[in-house]
Design a protein around this ligand. Structure first.
Ligand code: SAH
Ligand code: SF4
Ligand code: F3S
Length: 450
């Protein structure tokens, strides 16, 4: 345990995390650091000595909401001047010192690549306001399994690649997360083995573009190689990954990955827009035709695959006809689920300076139409799951009743069923008898013994 001078009594922290799985994985680490410093976690802000906001900058709305949320802590801060309010994550990196100025109640700001500075920053903050160094480059230094606290002891997120060098024209991520850096394969495998020895059965591999894993280390098809190596690790039963990039996912990789039994049949393949002119303006590096062909390949090698995607509508200059190309792509592919957004200009990105910005009314109108089409497809795809039997990793009791349990299929769908809470963390088989929206309900037919 690291000793901090000011830790003279029991201290509590509250950690709020926004944004993507990268931030969730970072929260996993921050929790570990804070607990090793002697803090305890609480959801009650009133009793907290430290309230940390791990933030997202991907859309303007996310940033605005956060400003409001932090300002609302003013009364608490007045009551307890020793309370430390910290901002970490992408918005901290994006706005740095400005945040300390604009939000006087904030005491500490540090970026997503400065997490290992947290003990030092807390020490400094005990005397005055503290600001991280914002080095901008991610490293994997000091990331051991000792440094993380898992919400579910059998499931862990593993960052395989930090940052992003794609610079899609709408996106803030490369600016706030720095360039792509892969974690060396030996280091990664040792880390995953360590997780397995601690009882982790399921891992989620993370990166903004997992398909270029190892490229910066001189590897070719490094991602498929990594998955083949993980397949050999005893104790790890299920492997998922996020996010795949349609430009960099090769047929060779799909074929090699489809031969692995531990890799789950869940592919998240964001297409963003269905029209080639818009895709080019977005700098995505693929065409609609390439994307559709890729989906056909994925379905050829993995026939029971569950597909999901991300879509942006209302990109600057997008016409009604071009938007319809997005709608008909959604209808053609029939995703089980989709994350859909209207375009939000991010200052400093290329698309934000385009003249042909669309009105909020048009953007929101398109989004509403898209959501309606996709919701119908999602519901139809959900109903198709009725009658099937799935292997399920049991995660928790349901919020409604402790006799009912909640788990997840290999395809990433939540399933509830009746069972004893001693099954949490194990694999069972469940036959589905109904579906509402994304969630399935069924009856346990066996404990599959994993
Ligand atoms: N690396 C991932 C995406 C990370 S950001 C990829 O390339 O697919 C998550 C999602 O947020 C993106 O897929 C995109 O759909 C959305 N997004 C990013 N920037 C946005 C913006 N400026 N406005 C609206 N949505 C945006
Ligand atoms: Fe953003 Fe594109 Fe990188 Fe994804 S690949 S994080 S959308 S720049
Ligand atoms: Fe948001 Fe940062 Fe993720 S901007 S989407 S939390 S990488």
């Amino acid at each position: 345990m690291i000793e901090l001078q000011f830790m003279d009594k029991n201290k509590y922290f509250t950690l709020h995390t926004f944004g993507c799985q990268m931030n969730q994985a970072d929260a996993q680490r921050m929790r570990g650091i804070l607990i090793s410093l002697g803090y305890q976690e609480t959801e009650n802000e009133e009793e907290s000595d430290l309230i940390l906001f791990n933030t997202c900058s991907v859309r303007q709305h996310a940033e605005e909401r956060l400003y409001g949320r932090i300002r609302s802590l003013n009364p608490l801060k007045q009551k307890n001047p020793d309370l430390i309010i910290g901002v970490s994550g992408c918005m901290a990196q994006n706005h740095k010192a400005e945040l300390l100025k604009e939000l006087p109640m904030v005491d500490m700001v540090f970026g997503p690549n400065d997490i290992n500075q947290l003990p030092k920053l807390l020490e400094e903050t005990a005397n005055k306001k503290a600001l991280g160094s914002f080095a901008g480059k991610g490293t994997f230094e000091g990331e051991t399994t000792d440094g993380i606290v898992l919400t579910r002891p059998f499931s862990a997120m593993v960052n395989i690649i930090r940052g992003c060098t794609n610079f899609c024209s709408y996106c803030i991520v490369p600016y706030v997360r720095g360039p792509e850096i892969s974690r060396p394969i030996e280091d990664l495998l040792a880390y995953i083995k360590d997780l397995a020895s601690k009882g982790v059965k399921e891992i989620m591999l993370l990166g903004q573009n997992v398909n270029v894993y190892g490229k910066d280390l001189g590897m070719k098809e490094g991602f498929a190689t990594l998955l083949e190596e993980i397949e050999k690790i005893d104790g790890i039963k299920w492997v998922r990954f996020l996010t795949s990039h349609p430009r960099d996912f090769t047929e060779n990789a799909i074929q090699r990955i489809s031969a692995l039994t531990k890799v789950c049949e869940q592919y998240h393949l964001p297409f963003q827009a269905g029209n080639n002119r818009i895709l080019e303006l977005m700098r995505r590096g693929y065409t609609r035709e390439h994307y559709i062909d890729l989906i056909h390949k994925v379905r050829k090698y993995i026939p029971n695959v569950s597909l999901s995607t991300d879509i942006i509508c209302g990109f600057p200059s997008e016409t009604e006809e071009e938007f319809e190309d997005t709608i008909n792509l959604v209808k053609e592919i029939r995703y089980e689920s989709a994350y859909m957004y209207y375009y939000s200009p991010r200052p400093g990105t290329k698309a934000a300076s385009m003249k042909e910005q669309l009105s909020d009314e048009v953007k929101k109108g398109r989004l509403a139409r898209l959501i309606e089409v996709q919701n119908q497809i999602s519901n139809e795809e959900s109903q198709k799951q009725v009658g099937k039997t799935f292997e399920v990793l049991v995660e928790s009791p349901t919020s409604r009743s402790d006799k009912r349990l909640l788990g997840k299929t290999r395809t990433g769908r939540p399933v509830d069923f009746e069972g004893n809470s001693s099954l949490i963390g194990s694999f069972v088989k469940v036959k589905i008898d109904s579906a509402r929206n994304w969630t399935l309900s069924g009856k346990m037919i066996s404990e599959s013994g994993n």
